[in-house]
Structure formats: C-alpha cells, structure tokens
Design a binder for this molecule. Sequence first.
Ligand SMILES: *[C@@H]1O[C@H](CO)[C@@H](O)[C@H](O)[C@H]1NC(C)=O
Ligand SMILES: *[C@@H]1O[C@H](CO)[C@@H](O)[C@H](O)[C@H]1NC(C)=O
Ligand SMILES: *[C@@H]1O[C@H](CO)[C@@H](O)[C@H](O)[C@H]1NC(C)=O
Length: 176
Amino acid sequence: MLIFSKTILLLAIIIGCAEAKFKITNVKCLSTNESFAKFKTCRLKAVRRNINELSVYVKLLQLPIDNVKIVLQLKKRNDYRNRSIYEFGIDACAFFRNKRRNPLADLFYRFSGLKSHSNANHTCPYDHDIILDRYFIDDKFSSFIPLPAGSYEIQTRWETDGIKRVDVAAVIEAFD
Ligand SMILES: *[C@@H]1O[C@H](CO)[C@@H](O)[C@H](O)[C@H]1NC(C)=O
Ligand SMILES: *[C@@H]1O[C@H](CO)[C@@H](O)[C@H](O)[C@H]1NC(C)=O
Ligand SMILES: *[C@@H]1O[C@H](CO)[C@@H](O)[C@H](O)[C@H]1NC(C)=O
C-alpha cells in the first residue's frame, strides 16, 4: 500500500516539514548479467561522523544504451512487513530529454545533489561506464524529504530494453 500520494509527497517536500537527517549505512549492487553490466566498485566510506560517501562504478559492456527505466522503491525496515512507502518508475532518457515534463523527479534530482556526483547527468545515449563518485545525502536534501526517524531501504532496479539489468539497494538511517 502506498501511503504518500505524489501530491502529498510534493507538498511535504515544498513545505519541508521533516527535519530528520539521513545517513547511508549499507549498499548492495547486483548485476543480473555480467556480460551486460559489471560492478567494479560498490562501496561506502565513512568520512565524517554522520557522513558515509557512496561510490559506484558500473562497467557497461553493450554500448550504446538509449533507453533506461529506473524503478525506485522506498521501504521502511523492521516494522510490520517492511512496508513499501513509495514506489516510482521513471524513463531516464525521457527525463533527461525534458526535465520540465516531470517536475517531481526534477525537484528530487536537483535537491539530491546527484548531478555533480555522477557522470550519468546528461541526455541519452550512454556510451560510457557509469560512475557515482563520493555521493552523500546532505542536510539540504534530507530536509526536503518528509520521513520520520527510523531505518529505510531504497531499492532501485535498472532496466534497458525491458530487461532487468542491475539492482542497487541502500539502507538509510534517518535520525533527529
Ligand atoms: C547476457 O548479456 C549478453 C550481452 O547482452 C547476452 O548476449 C546474453 O544472452 C545474456 N545472457 C542472459 C542469460 O540473458
Ligand atoms: C524486514 O527487513 C529486515 C531487515 O532488512 C529483515 O531482516 C526482515 O526479515 C524483514 N522482515 C520481513 C517480514 O520481510
Ligand atoms: C556531471 O558530472 C560530472 C562528473 O561528476 C561533473 O564533472 C560535471 O560537472 C557534471 N555536469 C553537470 C552539468 O553538473
């Protein structure tokens, strides 16, 4: 069951009503076919007390890639059935072609800080490996995501040509 509708989530983001800070505490990367994509790096590094930096390097072996679907699922951990709080699918190529057509994703993308930490920050096609370099969730981004303190998992599934290629999942602790 989805608890937040997109509208409510958007309102909560705009109002910025939650103050919890986030820390990435675990990450898992899985390729379903290593002839297609292979992870060279998938790690967290503690840099400051409340900051772990995430670095991911995925080698792509069948280039170019001109269609990417990302399915993101946010779950609350350890409570009743680890329920899903939010689920969201996006056509990444269409998004980068025209960000204004998806204002919610655009808002997330801009506040996430992903743009300056990843070389995937451009329009399709992708004809190179994908790198996420020393990414962390800063306070500015945390304050825009209305989640109470607790433990969460973000699961992302990446598809091309309708085939699941990689899964990246991270555990995130939200604390006051
Ligand atoms: C894995 O990917 C390669 C390259 O795209 C493809 O030739 C092969 O059939 C795939 N294997 C499976 C089991 O899907
Ligand atoms: C909920 O998540 C925790 C941590 O990921 C796991 O150990 C537990 O088995 C999960 N519980 C259910 C009912 O899926
Ligand atoms: C895209 O990411 C690269 C590598 O992290 C960075 O050097 C570049 O400035 C970014 N581009 C934009 C438009 O932010």
